[in-house]
Write a protein that binds this ligand. Structure first.
Ligand SMILES: *Cc1c(COP(=O)(O)O)cnc(C)c1O
Length: 345
């Protein structure tokens, strides 16, 4: 069946981004491929990054690990949400290892898989997932075979935030206190905070996919995903007429308008109403009126040749799209919907 919406994915750009992050990590560099590779496709992402040299992959839960299938040679997969009571069978049958986050999870893993490798998350101030430093000091981890001891930065995208150094110091104080083979703290933005944040392994996600979470990464990562929609109808709108739900846009002069088959059900959020932009070659085609569930109107006055059936590109510049829509770059990527045919080039 013809899939009219297309998400063009640039494998070379994805690999370039990982290589840049690897070079600037100065140590091993992994990849967060949770949420189906931030919406672009976890399996093709894992394969492309494995080819580039990546060996450490992270997903959120065991269903994601299962959907990935086999783990490539020499690589490992870790499950960030750890092992809950309902995950026991899945975890025991999986090549992935859990990231243990709580006393309950540590005790569960010791009971069901003694001696089997795991990772451990320590909370250093974010108060999201992880054991406390006291749990670690109390010998809770004795007997575990820990591959990676990790923590997660709350404010890495704000380089001047005092919490960064506090978290780094709290994490560095755990070095040598466990049997962990490696330490890992930095996400994408954390890599740009400097060498003392990089430890033995970094875990970027967003920047792999073309996101720019912090000024230190500006100009360094390339866009990976470009949505393309198809024109369903081209029409002339007379001066003074309105376009779309609630008639929020009125033509100031006679205008040429195209209706394309993309909407908020595809992750093209309502925040792009009157603010987003598409392109036909180099011509800029502003979004006009409200984004609907399955339809968006664009002003094609600058593109006289655009006709029914033609494809237009939507902006792939994530920081700009985030500013325009009021959504985060993470939301824009992970919201990319199931109606897109994902086409790797
Ligand atoms: C999602 C995630 C990452 C990747 O973060 P980005 O900001 O996308 O680079 C790293 N570590 C953990 C624990 C995560 O949950």
């Amino acid at each position: 069946m013809h899939r009219p919406l297309r998400l063009t994915l640039d494998r070379a750009a994805l690999q370039h981004n990982w290589r840049w992050l690897q070079a600037n990590s100065g140590t091993a560099c992994g990849a967060a491929i949770k949420a189906d590779g931030y919406g672009i496709g976890a399996r093709p992402t894992m394969d492309a990054l494995h080819e580039a040299g990546c060996r450490d992959f992270f997903v959120s839960n065991w269903a994601e690990a299962d959907e990935l299938g086999t783990v490539p040679d020499g690589a490992s997969l870790a499950v960030l949400h750890g092992v809950g009571a309902e995950d026991v069978a899945a975890a025991l049958g999986s090549p992935a290892r859990p990231v243990l986050n709580s006393v309950e999870q540590v005790e569960r893993w010791k009971a069901i898989a003694p001696g089997r490798p795991c990772d451990v998350m320590v909370d250093t101030g974010m108060n999201r997932l992880g054991l406390s430093a006291e749990d670690v000091a109390d010998g809770l981890l004795d007997g575990l075979k820990i591959e990676t001891l990790m923590s997660h930065l709350a404010c890495a995208d704000e380089p001047d935030h005092a919490m960064n150094a506090r978290q780094r110091d709290a994490f560095a104080a755990l070095a040598g206190r466990t049997a962990a083979r490696r330490l890992s703290l930095a996400n994408s933005a954390g890599i740009a905070l400097g060498e003392e944040y990089r430890f033995d392994l970094t875990r970027p996600g967003l920047a792999l996919y073309g996101g720019v979470p912090t000024a230190g990464l500006e100009g360094m990562v390339r866009p990976v995903a470009t949505p393309e929609a198809q024109v369903l109808q081209r029409r002339r709108v007379r001066a003074g007429e309105a376009v779309g739900y609630n008639a929020t846009w009125t033509a100031p002069a006679d205008a040429e308008v195209a209706i394309v088959n993309l909407g908020y059900a595809d992750g093209y959020w309502r925040g792009f109403s009157d603010r987003g932009e598409a392109f036909a070659d180099e011509a800029r085609l502003p979004v006009i009126g409200r984004v609907s569930m399955d339809l968006t109107a664009i002003d094609v006055s600058a593109a006289p040749e655009v006709a029914e059936g033609d494809r237009v590109r939507f902006a792939d510049d994530l920081p700009a799209a985030a500013r325009a829509s009021g959504m985060s770059q993470y939301e824009l990527l992970t919201g990319l919907g199931a109606r897109f045919e994902r086409v790797w080039g």
